[in-house]
Write a protein that binds this ligand. Structure first.
Ligand SMILES: Cc1cc2nc3c(=O)[nH]c(=O)nc-3n(C[C@H](O)[C@H](O)[C@H](O)COP(=O)(O)OP(=O)(O)OC[C@H]3O[C@@H](n4cnc5c(N)ncnc54)[C@H](O)[C@@H]3O)c2cc1C
Length: 384
């Protein structure tokens, strides 16, 4: 039972994964409240292509939302191996197991859930001033890495933004790949890395990354999106094998590492990328965003609708879990920041460093998780 302090008006900014899920869960919790979620883009328009989303990692939702987990799981592409392509070698790392989903598909599934509780986002409306949310009892900032809720109150949230130095452009590719593939190569145009994996039977994510020095050297800042697409197609022609790169606002960007000393301020709370970003190389941002929402809604429920108490509880309970993952993400990001130097290693050593980079797979666990890879790596090492 909720106390009398239950919120009457809730406003959610952003209809990405965090905002849609927050709207659904909060409307379910407070059916008579006035809940609205506002999104600047029209329906089915989003950035990027597919994202890695672990089916196992979704199990945290299974108790609260078994149907959602089933629906998402039905839309996942899955594969077992990671493939590292470097120096003419294609090294398989077995046993990790990955799944991925198109962002548009995921957003559609979440929109379906929202409809079940009688809501639809207000699409095509960019909020520029939070006073538009007037006397809301709760404002959920689910507005992504460039959050307005956060940036309007940066001092109060204690926001820190550190830009990584590498540059990346997020393309799609018109072909599937049969593993989560990491291609590292040095061409006449310098060192490049591509993260590529399929998220549908015919389409893949194809994220291209290069170092700051090489970005400068190639003059990529002056390239249009179309020129960049053509350039990357040439760099990775052997990998694409005749397939094309597809762009979706695929501009060159640097990854912002965002953290906040405080997660809420007055009636405002941050979730998802607005709250913090986790480097894409550990493929966890979407799951973290959904987990934030779950933690927030649980805290509101536990606090019987008392919003100030709930926001404090949300942060106390969730922060330690998030910080552990952010440590792993930072180590992984740091490894990519030096990928050109790491490429001096022999291919098998490079692959071993790659899989150990975030510190999440301890050496003894590696042998049981990736037995074939460890066997071949050990063979290679002893034959040296
Ligand atoms: C290159 C790259 C690769 C990634 N790969 C993965 C991956 O493999 N796996 C994974 O789990 N995660 C990945 N991520 C991270 C993932 O995309 C994010 O963590 C996730 O989208 C966060 O969800 P969100 O709802 O918090 O924010 P977003 O998805 O960014 O949604 C925010 C929404 O708010 C809207 N909005 C913002 N401001 C306003 C405004 N003023 N008015 C109205 N609407 C507004 C935006 O239009 C957007 O729809 C990747 C990210 C990047 C950059």
């Amino acid at each position: 039972m909720m106390s009398n302090s239950r919120p009457r008006k809730i406003r959610i900014l952003g209809a990405g994964p965090a905002g849609l899920y927050a709207a659904y869960r909060l409307k379910r919790l407070f059916p008579t409240a006035d809940v609205a979620v506002v999104e600047q883009n029209p329906p089915d328009v989003t950035f990027g292509f597919g994202v890695v989303l672990s089916a196992q990692g979704l199990q945290f939702l299974a108790d609260d939302d078994p149907e959602l987990v089933r629906a998402i799981s039905g839309g996942l592409e899955s594969w077992q191996d990671i493939e590292i392509r470097i120096g003419g070698e294609r090294i398989r790392i077995d046993g990790i197991g990955f799944t991925a989903i198109g962002r548009v598909i995921l957003l559609r599934l979440l929109n379906d859930k929202l409809r079940e509780v009688g809501l639809a986002p207000i699409f095509g409306k960019a909020i520029t001033d939070l006073s538009e949310f007037g006397d809301a009892d709760l404002i959920v900032g689910a507005d992504g890495a460039n959050s307005l809720v956060r940036s309007k109150n940066e001092l109060e949230f204690g926001t820190k933004i550190e830009m990584l130095t590498n540059w990346f452009a997020w393309f799609g590719a018109s072909r599937p790949f049969d593993a989560l593939t990491q291609t590292f190569k040095v061409t006449d145009s310098g060192p490049f890395n591509a993260h590529h994996y399929r998220y549908s039977p015919t389409q893949s994510t194809f994220l291209v990354e290069t170092t700051a020095a090489n970005f400068e050297r190639c003059g990529l800042a002056k390239f249009s999106v179309e020129e960049s697409r053509g350039f990357c197609e040439k760099v990775f022609a052997d990998v694409l094998e005749g397939a094309q790169l597809v762009s979706n606002r695929s501009i060159w960007r640097q990854f912002p590492k965002i953290t906040n000393a405080r997660w809420s301020y007055k009636n405002m709370v941050l979730v998802g990328d607005a709250l913090r970003t986790a480097h894409y190389s550990i493929g966890s941002g979407t799951r973290l965003a959904l987990e934030d929402v779950q933690a927030l809604v649980n805290a509101i429920e536990t606090s019987q609708g008392d919003i100030p108490a709930a926001l404090a509880l949300y942060e106390t309970q969730r922060r330690p879990v998030v910080e552990k993952l952010l440590d792993a993400a930072a180590r992984s990001a740091n490894w990519y920041e030096h990928f050109d130097q790491n490429m001096a290693l022999a291919p098998w050593e490079f692959a071993h460093e790659y899989i150990s980079r975030s510190g999440r797979v301890a050496p003894d666990r590696l042998a049981s998780t990736c037995p074939e890879f460890v066997r071949r790596y050990t063979e290679w090492k002893s034959g040296k």
